[in-house]
Design a protein. Structure first.
Length: 146
């Protein structure tokens, strides 16, 4: 007996990239997951969701949504090629640091090329006083006054 997938993601001529959940996923949970994957309910179509802004890299975003749902343990049937999103995920998990990681670890070019100075050159250290200063510690502990 073939098991139905939890979600199906594909392309529709009228609505673009669409997703639908099976009866094994509650309506509330399907709405939560699909809305977080940038899908919105199609008005007048119960249980049908379409990808928001499909012109903005819609195929890759829909494929990434399928991979994200699979990562959460759901079965997903799709007619989209998952190659681009799989390559992005493999690149993300590879040992090679990403451009963002390398940029965060390097010195900003906006700070200039000033030579590092010792802390003593930045601020003069005041001389030690010849006497012991008297310090009154009233009201610091926040308790009752006696």
């Amino acid at each position: 007996m073939a098991e139905f997938p939890h979600f199906s993601i594909g392309v529709d001529d009228k609505h673009g990239f669409v997703a639908v959940s099976s009866a094994s996923v509650s309506e509330h949970l399907a709405h939560w997951y699909l809305s977080h994957e940038q899908f919105e309910p199609v008005p007048g179509e119960v249980g049908l969701y379409r990808l928001t802004d499909p012109e903005r890299d819609g195929r890759d975003r829909a494929a990434q949504a399928a991979l994200d749902l699979q990562r959460h343990g759901y079965t997903v049937r799709t007619d989209l090629p998952l190659g681009t999103a799989e390559r992005a995920r493999a690149r993300e998990s590879s040992k090679q640091p990403s451009r963002l990681t390398r940029a965060a670890a390097s010195r900003s070019p906006q700070l200039g090329r000033s030579s590092p100075q010792p802390p003593s050159a930045l601020r003069p250290v005041p001389p030690k006083p010849a006497y012991a200063p008297t310090v009154h510690l009233t009201g610091i502990c926040g308790g009752r006054n006696r």
